[in-house]
Design a protein around this ligand. Sequence first.
Ligand code: S3P
Length: 170
Amino acid sequence: LSRGSTAPKAVLVGPMGVGKSTVGQLLAERLGSGFRDTDDDIVASQGRSIAEIFFGEGEAVFRAIEKRAVHAALAEHEGVLALGGGAILDEGTRALLAGQRVVYLSMDVEEAVERAGLKADRPLLAVNPRKQWRELMETRRNLYEAVATAVVPTDGRTPGEVTQAALDAL
Ligand code: S3P
């Protein structure tokens, strides 16, 4: 496995609300590196919120912007990188992850539905009733597994425990 000197130490994927940002920051501390989140990169580079892009231009435009953000972050960032929960829906974005250490933070589908429902600022939930969200999770699970080099279940674990499990899996 060869990677450039600026490749991330770990890329975190998984559904919204699983704790990618929390665990990503803890993991970065433990690895003595920085943490970066492509959602933040998109907001910074676009100068508007994820919801504004999503509702203003649609999901396809958002995914294209997201793919460019993932490409740039993979090339520039040497620490821990978290991707948005739906980044893996794009085939091109999935291809970018080949050769990377990709940790899938997983959680039980029902848990995911519950936790995601608490985050009102996430555009997908406003347009997806509960049943559709459950179906969406079922679809995405295969895609997370397809890109992952390690799977770390988060159910019943604290962020610290998940971080340790991710370190062990790297
Ligand atoms: C999305 C997840 C969000 C954000 C956008 C779409 C998704 O990221 O990219 O709202 O499709 O699951 P988080 O997983 O960081 O919430």
